[in-house]
Design a protein around this ligand. Structure first.
Ligand SMILES: Nc1ncnc2c1ncn2[C@@H]1O[C@H](COP(=O)(O)OP(=O)(O)OP(=O)(O)O)[C@@H](O)[C@H]1O
Length: 328
């Protein structure tokens, strides 16, 4: 059975369809990252799945339950990191964790969760004295205390310093190895690339693309980039004909290619034959960031062409821009 199964999810705020016919499937044991620009509908989707928000249409199954019904049995099996949870500032992390442990039938030991989330030094300090990143770690600790089989992490590492982020990643990897299913939202594409088995890119409340980071890159036709510094005394016309698209940035040449193995061989053979050293020679695989920016950029252009102009904080939606859906 899939851990999460969503079909045709729709959530409307006034005139704005925050989620607009979204389908999503997460298998048990999978780590899936929801990506998308601000206002894409990620948090709304996650909040519906967590049972914090009612939906307007669609079917939703989380561990076989409908989260809209508010079952205690479901709440006991999921862990949630909200974007901004409010805490009782006068408690310490240890006290809050003990309190929350009492809500679950089989909690993890409080001391283990403190160690897992690296909160040892602040375990007995008042929450109001914690830094932003330490509070996020406490969010994560509270999500883990019930030993959940499904974890929702909404921007779990926002505000973390680089080493805290690495530790959080290791923690997510450990949880995955222990068999947890994880749905996370993030704006850090390296985080998604590092952690997720599969990414789902959403915008305007619907899915734009999904797959493994590699499959998305292949589907988007993103090409590999060979780059090198132009050797002294050589002009572009002297170079062998490799790749398709070339770009010059100062004396750095970038060549986009679909056949990097053959093109690097041609280039190297040419350089060796001419006694040249190609300095700063690199071969870069397209990153998830390149693919994401292409996808979201295309979507934005499509919305603009359909006559929608961005109105600031509240996004015009594809459906709203074409005058359908929201008034149904
Ligand atoms: N409580 C609310 N009332 C009215 N509109 C809302 C509410 N919550 C969200 N929205 C709107 O719904 C849309 C989707 O918001 P949502 O928070 O789900 O996006 P997001 O993808 O999580 O964005 P971000 O990356 O900025 O967190 C936005 O247009 C937002 O303004």
């Amino acid at each position: 059975m899939a851990a999460i199964e969503v079909r045709g999810l729709r959530k409307v705020y006034g005139e704005v369809a925050a989620v607009d016919g979204l389908d999503l499937m997460v298998e048990a044991g999978e780590v899936v990252a929801l990506l998308g620009p601000n206002g894409a509908g990620k948090t709304t989707t996650v909040e519906v799945l967590e049972g914090y928000r009612a939906r307007d249409a669609g079917t939703v199954s989380v561990l076989g339950y409908d989260p809209g019904v508010g079952s205690r049995a479901l709440r006991e099996r999921i862990g949630v990191v909200l974007q901004d949870a409010g805490f009782e500032d006068n408690f310490s992390p240890r006290e809050l964790l003990r309190l929350h442990a009492g809500y679950y039938p089989h909690p993890r030991p409080v001391a283990d969760v403190i160690t897992l989330t690296g909160l040892e030094e602040k375990a007995d300090a008042r929450v109001r004295t914690l830094s932003g990143g330490q509070r996020r770690r406490l969010d994560l600790a509270l999500a883990l205390i019930g030993d959940p089989e499904l974890l929702f992490l909404d921007e779990p590492t926002t505000g973390f310093d680089p080493s805290a982020r690495r530790r959080a990643w290791e923690l997510v990897e450990r949880l995955r190895d222990l068999g947890a299913t994880i749905l996370l939202t993030t704006h850090y594409l390296d985080e998604a690339e590092h952690l997720a088995d599969r990414v789902v890119v959403i915008d305007h409340g619907t899915v734009l693309a999904e797959g493994t980071p590699d499959a998305l890159a292949a589907e988007a036709g993103a090409s590999t980039v060979i780059s090198f510094r132009m050797p002294a005394g050589i002009t572009v016309g002297d170079l062998p004909l490799i790749g398709h698209e070339r770009r010059e940035a100062g004396n750095l040449i970038e060549v986009r290619t679909e056949t990097p193995t053959a093109d690097v061989a041609t280039l190297s053979a040419w350089a060796v034959a001419h006694g040249l050293e190609l300095e700063a020679l690199t071969l870069a695989r397209p990153s998830l960031e390149d693919v994401y920016l292409d996808l979201v950029g295309e979507q934005e252009r499509a919305v603009e062409e359909a006559g929608g102009a961005d109105t600031g904080g509240t996004k015009p939606l594809r459906a709203a821009a074409s005058g359908s859906e929201t008034r149904r």
